[in-house]
Design a binder for this molecule. Structure first.
Ligand SMILES: Cc1ncc(C[n+]2csc(CCOP(=O)(O)OP(=O)(O)O)c2C)c(N)n1
Ligand code: SF4
Length: 300
């Protein structure tokens, strides 16, 4: 079992990246690369992660990286996998990693194709629930009631797409959800995914201080609250076997979820949310939580 004491001290994300202070993506990425022990080729579309990497020829990251057009992250990973195969190189993981805009919306076609072929890659979606690199436009993952630069005055009217369920429906060998506030759970999942062949998909919840409008010192607390209220549910599905993990598992075993309003109140993006939207969000969380509890109990 990994813990903060025996976690590898080797760093692949160097100090001084161009990410904002308090960026949960930086924290998640640091642990993702640690879990892969640097034995990785990364492919990234335009996003906050390309900004974090820095501008050629300078980079803050100690692994090889391809910058790929927005829609083609998974397709470029497929090409890298084929390239490694024909050149006979083994021991390297191909990691495709994109934001929610690059995954739920723009990259979903190439991702679905790669998953259907079961191409041998890890695909990670870090989810800051908007197109943040270009100043916070709404995406298919932006929650109901959240304000962005492209939502109506009372916030987004639709609920988010459940990308992990969409990926599970492809029948791939490993699907997991994670949250940057629980980095060791994320680390364990990436480490496990590294050992599996075929398409592995991990969704990571990554709070974003400027986009979500909260002080950058609150990042970890907000990620924790997301798990405590059931907004972010942590689980893994390995060859069809479902299990809750980390905080979600503890809550399922010995607690109840906190009301979603406690989470909403921490972020300026929800400042215009109506009572009706709060009730809709709470109902959405309750339905999902019941569903995952049933799955964890083996009832579904
Ligand atoms: C085809 C194309 N359309 C639009 C853009 C402009 N663009 C660059 S990054 C970005 C936002 C990416 O959002 P997301 O994938 O959610 O990642 P984040 O920025 O939130 O990390 C956009 C729209 C682009 N680079 N290419
Ligand atoms: S805008 Fe958000 S996701 Fe992007 S670097 Fe800043 S904190 Fe991170």
């Amino acid at each position: 079992m990994i813990n903060a004491v025996n976690l590898s001290e080797e760093e692949y994300v160097l100090p001084g990246t161009r990410a904002c202070p308090g960026c949960a993506l930086s924290l998640a990425y640091r642990h993702i690369l640690k879990a892969l022990q640097g034995q990785v080729i990364v492919t990234v579309p335009a996003s906050c992660l390309t900004v974090l990497h820095g501008m050629y020829p300078i980079t803050s990251v100690k692994v090889p990286c391809v910058n790929t057009p927005f829609a083609s992250t998974a397709a470029s990973a497929t090409g890298l996998v084929a390239g490694l195969k024909v050149t006979g190189r083994t021991g390297l993981t191909v990691l495709a990693i994109a934001g929610d805009g690059g995954t739920h919306d723009i990259g979903i076609q190439s991702l679905s194709g790669a998953a259907e072929r079961n191409d041998d890659m890890i695909y990670i979606c870090y989810d800051n629930e908007g197109y943040m690199n270009t100043g916070n436009q709404r995406s298919g993952s932006t929650p109901l009631g959240a304000l962005t630069g492209t939502t109506p005055i009372l916030g987004k009217k639709q609920k988010p797409k459940d990308i992990a369920l969409i990926m599970e429906a492809h029948g791939i060998p490993y699907v997991a959800t994670a949250n940057a506030s629980f980095p060791l759970d994320l680390y364990e999942k990436v480490k496990k995914a590294k050992q599996i062949k075929g398409t592995r998909f991990i969704h990571v919840f990554t709070p974003c201080p400027p986009g979500w409008q909260f002080p950058h010192s609150h990042t970890i607390k907000i990620g924790q609250l997301a798990a405590e209220t059931g907004i972010s549910i942590l689980y893994e599905i390995e060859n069809g076997a479902f299990r809750l993990t980390s905080a979600s598992r503890s809550i399922a075993q010995q607690g109840t979820l906190k009301p979603v309003i406690e989470y909403l109140a921490t972020q300026g993006r929800f400042k215009k949310i109506t009572q009706e939207q709060i009730s809709q969000l709470q109902a959405w969380v309750d339905t999902r939580w019941r569903y995952y509890l049933q799955r964890a109990a083996g009832d579904l």
